[in-house]
Design a protein around this ligand. Structure first.
Ligand code: NDP
Length: 261
């Protein structure tokens, strides 16, 4: 299937590792030009190395001017913007009664205000050109709140609502906005030292291997997803072939959310 992505000009936030890196590589493999965005220059350099026509930009998406700055960089380097993937994000296990104002504010900025500012800067340019694709990487926790971090879950729900609001506002102008909701995925967020796996192991008094088996057992498919499995769905939604998909929130979660929507 030709996805029609050759030459498309793309922004991927959180592209230095994990799901974002897989998305950026997936888009580039289709012939797209990709601006890799993240906060760490060395990691971005590494991720973009050997990727044809790749650029990178160091930016924190929670900064008030980040949306405008990132989109301006894509326009300057590529001459325009066709695709935006809002993927940057993180979470750590924190009981609801231990979440601070700073925790809530951080997740709100990461999952709602940052993506909103990026869409607010990119969507009008896409609409003026008559074609665009935006994909918001939310979470299964936005559909079924997880007890791991309520601030993360609540703001991921808000991200799904935000995605739908932009879809409704821009669909008639050729800019199609959708979301994906991954379940647990084997990225650094889970597997790095001190990541969710270690946090769950410590909380339950078990070793990493047992914690990984327990996490897999909570998913009907029986294991964590792979970054490339999420990226495949995102890349499709960025493509010409997704022409009739608007305002969707696709679960890509191994069956984790026990619902058919
Ligand atoms: P990783 O921790 O592997 O990667 C996160 C990426 O986001 C890195 O590139 C990181 O780079 C970047 N990033 C983090 N904060 C910022 C920021 N403020 N500004 C710019 N870039 C930032 O995470 P995943 O790949 O696992 O997660 C990617 C997305 O998928 C997130 O939105 C997450 O919520 C979502 N998701 C992940 C799931 C999972 O189980 N892994 C499940 C469901 C959803 P740097 O730190 O250098 O800035």
């Amino acid at each position: 299937m030709d996805l029609g992505l050759a030459g498309r000009r793309c922004i991927v936030t959180g592209a230095s590792r994990g799901i974002g890196r897989a998305v950026a590589h997936g888009l580039a493999a289709e012939g797209a030009r990709v601006l890799f965005v993240g906060r760490t220059e060395a990691a971005l350099r590494d991720a973009a190395r050997d990727v044809p026509a790749a650029e990178f930009l160091v930016a924190d998406v929670t900064e008030p001017d980040a949306g405008a700055r990132i989109v301006a960089a894509a326009v300057e380097r590529f001459g325009g913007i066709d695709v935006l993937v809002n993927n940057a994000g993180t979470s750590r296990a924190t009981p609801i009664d231990q979440l601070t104002d700073a925790d809530w504010d951080e997740q709100w900025q990461l999952n709602v205000r940052g993506p909103e500012r990026l869409m607010g800067a990119a969507a009008p340019l896409m609409a003026a050109a008559g074609w665009g694709r935006i994909v918001n990487v939310a979470s299964s926790s936005g559909k079924r709140p997880s007890g791991r971090n309520a601030a993360y879950s609540v703001t991921k729900s808000a991200q799904l609502a935000l995605s739908r609001a932009y879809a409704d506002a821009y669909a008639a102008r050729g800019v199609l906005v959708n979301a994906v909701a991954p379940g647990p995925v084997g990225t650094g967020l889970w597997l790095d030292p001190g990541g969710i796996l270690d946090q769950e192991a410590a909380a339950k008094g078990i070793d990493r291997e047992a914690a990984l088996a327990a996490a897999g057992a909570r998913v009907p498919r029986g294991k964590l997803g792979e970054p490339a499995e999420i990226a495949d769905a995102v890349v499709f939604l960025c493509s010409e072939r997704a022409a009739n998909v608007v305002g969707a929130a696709w679960s890509v979660d191994g069956g984790a959310v026990p619902s058919f929507i």
